[in-house]
Design a protein around this ligand. Structure first.
Ligand code: AMP
Length: 225
């Protein structure tokens, strides 16, 4: 990081572009919290709270959870001391222009430093998503492109690999459709703000991370600790 200044970063891209994988790595390399709305919602579903049950009904169909629900969740998380002090890498939020406007309002008078669009073709994300498996313990992500050393077992922690409940063909197609309709317009919004950087998301996780680091370095952000 630039002499202890925070880094406030948003990662966007189609489902399966590698956002989750890269956000974990960026979070470690730059010592900033990884804030994933999908992970937060899945935790609420796992806890079985009424809020989680409401969210699940949308998530299982691949639909977006209403803004009234998600905006409160993100506002509370961004207000935590780690995010206020160090910044964050946001994964899965904002997903619509309205959410982007809400994010700007939540951060004011501070603002985002950069929005990275991880670019990957629809054909490739479809292949990755249909073979995606997630560690039930630590959340590490695998696919045919990035297989575990032992089938069904997480390389990092030995946890069992499972398929996400919303990685069904129908829900995947619906999520990609929503991405084109609701999320792609975000790119224009952030380009107008001068924040958008596009990074090629095809390659090994190390190759993609190197590209992200290069873009961040061009803006004066270096590995933190
Ligand atoms: P993800 O793990 O980012 O693919 O998110 C999984 C699901 O959680 C999505 O398909 C949505 O149903 C819901 N979700 C996550 N983030 C948001 C958001 N910013 N707005 C609305 N719904 C969201």
């Amino acid at each position: 990081m630039v002499s202890g200044h925070p880094l406030r970063l948003v990662m966007v891209g189609r489902q399966g572009a590698g956002k989750g994988t890269q956000c974990v790595r960026v979070s470690h390399r730059y010592a900033i919290p990884h804030i994933s709305t999908g992970d937060m919602l899945r935790a609420a579903v796992g806890a079985g709270s009424p809020f989680g049950q409401l969210a699940k009904s949308f998530m299982d169909r691949g639909e977006l959870v209403p803004d009234t629900v998600i905006n409160g969740v993100i506002a509370e998380r961004l207000d935590q001391p780690d995010a206020r002090l160090r910044g964050f890498v946001l994964d899965g939020f904002p997903r619509t222009k309205d959410q982007a406007v809400e994010l700007n309002a939540l951060l004011a008078p501070a603002s985002l430093h950069m929005v990275i669009n991880l670019e990957v073709s629809v054909a490739l994300v479809l292949r990755r998503l249909s073979s995606r498996r997630v560690c039930s313990v630590c959340g590490s992500i695998y696919s045919d492109d990035l297989p575990p050393k032992t089938a069904g077992i997480c390389d990092n922690c030995g946890g069992e690999l499972v398929q996400r409940e919303d990685d069904t063909e129908a829900a995947i197609l619906r999520r990609l459709e929503i991405y084109e309709k609701a999320t792609a317009p975000l790119l224009g919004f952030y380009a107008e703000m001068g924040l958008l950087e596009t990074v090629d998301g095809v390659g090994t996780p190390d190759e993609v991370l190197a590209r992200i680091s290069e873009v961040l370095a061009e803006h004066g952000f270096y590995e933190g600790g």
